[in-house]
Design a protein around this ligand. Structure first.
Ligand code: UDP
Ligand code: MG
Length: 191
């Protein structure tokens, strides 16, 4: 049996300027619905003050949990590790750089309560990125769609809610280099 309803999974690499604001917006967005959640920050060996800021947040809010990597392992491994420690009935995966708006989370929860096991957000626009990044991302999703036979949503990042069933399925997979966006859809749960 799980001990919290929702686990928010936040990979962090050099996000010192965003963490306080993120915590404030995140708790502001979710607290009106439920206080029964944990925030798991995975510090992917940042070389700025991210870890110190997370420790200070943990002192004022015990729902803040921290995993600190000894070396930089990358975004997907950080998320995978967060899911391994998540205790919730569902996990919400989001970036820690405020590119994924926390205010969308209540809508994820609403869809989860309607019975969907995977709920994701689609980017309508992408601010603060270079032209090169936007163009390569555009083609990335479309080329993936042509070459794979899974229904991977176009222009959705990792920002999503996944039910405990999906978390457990991901945990049972032996892949070492997980491409989570693909694997989550591949599990076949309703999205
Ligand atoms: N991140 C991480 N390890 C890394 C690089 C990034 O944990 O080696 C985190 C980063 O702090 C952010 C998320 O993963 O919360 C997405 O990273 P980024 O913003 O660089 O990805 P993009 O927006 O370009 O997809
Ligand atoms: Mg980003």
């Amino acid at each position: 049996m799980s001990t919290v309803r929702y686990s928010i999974i936040l990979p962090v690499f050099n996000e010192q300027d965003n963490l306080l604001k993120l915590h404030q917006r995140l708790t502001g967005a979710i607290d009106s619905i439920t206080t029964d959640y944990e925030m798991i920050f995975i510090d992917d060996c940042s070389n700025d003050n991210s870890y110190e800021i997370l420790k200070a947040l943990n002192e004022q809010d015990l729902r803040v949990k921290i995993i600190k990597f000894t070396k930089n392992c990358g975004h997907q491994i950080a998320i995978t590790c967060g899911l391994d420690f998540a205790e919730g009935d569902a996990a919400i995966i989001m970036d820690a750089d405020l590119q994924d708006p926390p205010e969308v989370i209540p809508k994820f929860i609403e869809k989860h309560e309607q019975g969907y096991e995977i709920v994701y957000a689609i980017r309508e626009k992408r601010e603060g990125e270079t032209f090169f990044k936007k163009v390569t991302a555009f083609f990335f999703y479309r080329i993936m769609k042509v070459f794979t036979n899974i229904e991977m949503p176009l222009d959705a990042g990792d920002f999503r809610l996944i039910d405990r069933k999906v978390i457990d399925s991901l945990k049972s997979m032996q892949e070492r280099n997980k491409f989570l966006r693909g694997l989550i859809v591949w599990t076949g749960y309703s999205q």
